[in-house]
Write a protein that binds this ligand. Structure first.
Ligand SMILES: Cc1cc2nc3c(=O)[nH]c(=O)nc-3n(C[C@H](O)[C@H](O)[C@H](O)COP(=O)(O)OP(=O)(O)OC[C@H]3O[C@@H](n4cnc5c(N)ncnc54)[C@H](O)[C@@H]3O)c2cc1C
Length: 222
């Protein structure tokens, strides 16, 4: 599997990887001028030891290369993870095709605990909120098109578009950087919509770097 579609829209696609669990091992073993050719039990223990004791630099070497499509309000949070990542994003200065919009199915209730963000339950008038939301989005899309039709430059017209619009980007990051991102964004305090993307990352990365990933994410002792 290399592409996971997110339930309510968007996707995470793993395009390429560099390295394997052995890359981590050999980055660490170079300290003693040693090298493993096949991952053995001692190597697995070493990976667990490194992760548990925060010896992170061997995990900087494996790289993952993704194409991701997510709503802009999620990307705003995602892009806060900066160290160990490179990103290039579609630009609405140059692209003026009709934007795709993320439409929530459930309008979750506000939680009285501010840090929690929302409850898991929807507001009573969910359907009404859906209609209200769609109306506002459509108005924004129509205005965008009207501006373009009036020869307004896309770089100005785009400012009327909502945060729920999808964006796409190419992202490359180290195994270590993705572990930090997932640790933060799989936390129940993170917004559900970003958790969904982090879960997709988790599955795709675990498949390629099973020992290192479990060691980094679960800090399993050796
Ligand atoms: C649940 C949740 C809620 C959040 N709420 C908010 C919010 O309300 N407002 C808000 O602005 N952000 C918020 N954030 C974003 C958060 O503050 C971080 O910007 C984001 O999680 C990225 O963290 P990171 O450690 O991956 O950062 P990266 O920028 O990728 O940095 C990685 C690591 O490098 C080191 N580092 C990076 N820059 C520096 C530096 N300048 N000096 C020293 N060390 C550095 C740190 O150890 C850091 O952990 C929230 C994040 C989460 C997960």
């Amino acid at each position: 599997m290399s592409k996971i579609n997110i339930e309510n829209g968007g996707y995470v696609e793993l395009l390429e990887t560099f390295g394997s669990d052995l890359t981590v091992v050999n980055a660490a073993r170079v300290s003693f001028d040693k090298e493993s050719t096949e991952l053995n039990n001692k190597d697995k223990s070493l990976i667990k030891y490194l992760a548990k004791n925060n010896h992170v630099s061997p995990f900087f070497h494996p790289q993952l290369h993704f194409r991701i499509k997510m709503p802009i309000f999620v990307a705003r949070e995602w892009f806060r993870h900066t160290i160990g990542f490179a990103r290039n994003e579609v630009s609405r200065r140059y692209v003026d095709t009709p934007p795709e919009i993320w439409l929530p199915e459930e309008f979750r209730e506000r939680d009285t605990n501010l840090k929690q963000g929302s409850k898991s339950t929807s507001v009573e008038n969910n359907d009404e909120m859906k209609e209200l939301y769609k109306k506002a989005v459509n108005h924004s899309l129509e205005t965008y098109q009207a501006l373009l039709d009036a020869k307004v430059a896309p770089e100005i017209a785009r400012s009327i578009l909502p945060q729920s619009m999808y964006t796409e980007f190419i992202e490359t990051g180290s195994l270590s950087a993705y572990a930090r991102l997932c640790n933060l964004r799989l936390d129940p305090h993170a917004q559900k919509e970003i958790q969904d993307f982090a879960k997709a990352l988790f599955v795709l990365i675990q498949e390629k770097f099973p020992v290192s990933w479990d060691a980094l994410m679960f800090k399993i002792s050796s």
